[in-house]
Design a protein. Structure first.
Length: 158
């Protein structure tokens, strides 16, 4: 389960020194995860986790998971221009490192205190579409490959 959380974190965590060629606004993000020879539905796993949250947080998270196949994520102009300013690892247990970045490609690595590590490559196909592939390894040696497809929906995140 930690490996899925790590993969989801890495998928949504963008760091860079320059602006990415992406439109700010609401994006639909679909994922497939292959871990230890099995395909995992990350949205179903997220919904199980959301069910354990306080009701206010449940409503907020469920709004992101509007359908069974994808989540909706808001990428603001500030995030795209300076993505290093937002961090999803609020407890500081993971170190993120930008390996290479251009306006249409980003490569990164992540190492966590629990031994989880991985690398991810995000390719911006055009300003309305991206694909990201993350290869990760859990603290007990378990491996996962996650593929994420992002499609721009609209400029307004509401």
């Amino acid at each position: 389960m930690k490996l899925i959380a790590f993969t989801t974190l890495l998928l949504t965590f963008n760091i860079s020194a320059a602006s990415l060629d992406m439109k700010p606004g609401l994006w639909e993000v679909s994922m497939t995860i292959e871990a230890e020879g099995k395909t995992i539905d990350p949205i179903a796993e997220m919904k199980k986790t959301v069910a354990k949250l306080p009701k206010e947080q449940q409503a907020q998270m469920m709004a992101m998971l509007k359908n069974n196949n994808a989540a909706q994520i808001c990428f603001t102009k500030e995030m795209i221009e300076k993505p290093e300013n937002f961090k999803f690892d609020k407890k500081g247990k993971c170190t993120h490192k930008l390996l290479k970045q251009t306006s249409n490609k980003m490569e990164m690595s992540l190492n966590c205190d629990d031994g989880t590590s991985g690398t991810g490559v995000m390719d911006i196909i055009n300003s309305s579409e991206y694909i990201m592939v993350v290869n990760s390894k859990g603290p007990k040696g378990q491996t996962a490959k996650t593929t994420q497809n992002g499609k721009f929906l609209k400029a307004d995140c509401k």
